[in-house]
Design a binder for this molecule. Structure first.
Ligand code: 9WN
Length: 392
């Protein structure tokens, strides 16, 4: 085990760019927002000052409207990742966000001795980033969160997005210049070109519409859950600091709306705000509300989790469903960050993660049926969250 702990630390150190940590040096050479928050949690087990710096840099990427961009470019590596500033039509980063796990990260650091004055200095920014989601990502005022792009969810090609993506034209004005496919062992582990054309169409349409989502807006139970968890983490931190924020009240309102979206299948629904249709998709994302249900053990979604467990862990898609693909990104593989989040209610997922890492190293994702490592190598959040799991 000590070897793996050393290796995990070494990955963070190698992926360190001073103020932020790249998810993986080859495939992802910039800052990604939720990766950075997970990295900070890992840094807390190596160097607390460095962990705090990660969060500071991340929160300083915030726009005036509160949005933390999902990518902030490393200007020295613009040719190593597509799409870059010319496609986003923004010099610094992307124009969408990612799951708001930064409050969770700040609470994690606070519990492990982060400087109180520093924690205080993050509160307003975090509140503002949460406000961004409430204000700009709830187009039908449901107290739920709708993503503006599959990339915003962090689960890029999740089967649940197929419904909304079908309505997005696969036509773009930019040129498709993918560099990612050459950087993995098998291009079948990545989204298809057709999906990329639609991803870029959405990016172009955001530019054309003052960043107001139009062609793609899908209410996502995972995104809402992570904002509830974020607001709850913020509320606990603020309680300790004796600051009032209203975060718990916002969390309660969303939680009520979220838990009401469950169907008889146990899964929580998605809702496409473009054509106003509600639908089910047997994804791990649609079981996320379990994480905010105090009575999760009696929730009918809890036994459904078993349908997502292969010999090697928690699959991003129901294993027996016809859309399940054991190798393709968010359409089946196991990810260490989702394992980590579900380990909050079921310790088995911590054990699965440690076993996977022992078998296949710190990969981006894993085949849930045979444990093979897939996607990028030296993957930051796998290393960072491993450090969290072995220290808990
Ligand atoms: C697009 C960096 C990111 C993660 C996402 C993951 C993947 C990017 C890509 O990599 O997305 O944002 O190029 O595929 O899906 O969750 O944050 O690790």
């Amino acid at each position: 085990m000590q070897n793996l702990i050393d290796e995990a630390k070494d990955i963070l150190i190698k992926n360190d760019r001073g103020d932020f940590t790249v998810p993986s040096p080859h495939l992802y050479p910039h800052l990604w927002a939720w990766d950075s928050a997970f990295a900070a949690m890992g840094w807390a087990h190596i160097d607390m000052d460095r962990a705090q710096r990660e969060i500071d840099y991340l929160l300083n990427t915030q726009w005036e409207n509160g949005m933390v961009p999902h990518i902030t470019f490393d200007q020295a590596h613009l040719n190593d990742y597509f799409p870059g500033p010319d496609v986003w039509e923004h010099p610094l980063g992307s124009t969408i966000s990612q799951p708001p796990v930064w409050a969770m990260a700040v609470e994690y650091l606070f519990k492990r001795g982060a400087d109180e004055a520093w924690v205080r200095s993050t509160i307003d920014k975090i509140k503002k980033t949460h406000d961004f989601f409430h204000t700009h990502r709830d187009p039908q005022n449901k107290n739920l969160i709708a993503i503006a792009h599959p990339w915003e969810s962090g689960m890029d090609n999740c089967v649940a997005w197929d419904v909304g993506m079908d309505l997005v034209p696969n036509k773009i004005r930019n040129e498709l210049k993918r560099v990612d496919k050459e950087k993995v062992a098998d291009a079948a582990e990545r989204p298809t070109d057709d999906q990329y054309l639609r991803y870029l169409h959405i990016v172009e349409s955001l530019v054309d519409n003052q960043f107001i989502p139009t062609v793609f807006k899908t209410y996502d139970p995972m995104m809402t859950t992570l904002l509830v968890l974020g607001e709850e983490a913020l509320a606990r931190v603020c309680d300790k600091l004796e600051i009032s924020t209203g975060a718990q009240a916002r969390a309660d309102k969303m939680k009520e709306a979220l838990l009401a979206t469950q169907t008889d299948s146990g899964y929580y629904t998605y809702h496409n705000a473009v054509d106003d249709k509600t639908y089910n998709s047997p994804t791990l994302g649609s079981l996320f509300p379990l994480l905010v249900d105090a009575e999760f053990k009696t929730n009918s979604a809890y036994p459904v989790l078993e349908k997502h467990i292969g010999e090697f862990g928690l699959s991003s898609h129901q294993i027996k469903d016809t859309s399940f693909d054991e190798k393709c990104y968010w359409r089946g593989p196991t990810w260490i960050n989702t394992n980590y989040l579900f380990s909050m209610i079921d310790k088995r997922f911590k054990e699965y993660s440690i076993d996977l890492i022992k078998k296949s190293g710190f990969r981006e994702y894993y085949n849930p049926l045979n444990g093979d490592g897939l996607g990028a190598t030296q993957f930051t959040w796998s290393a960072a969250l491993f450090l969290c799991m072995v220290n808990e």
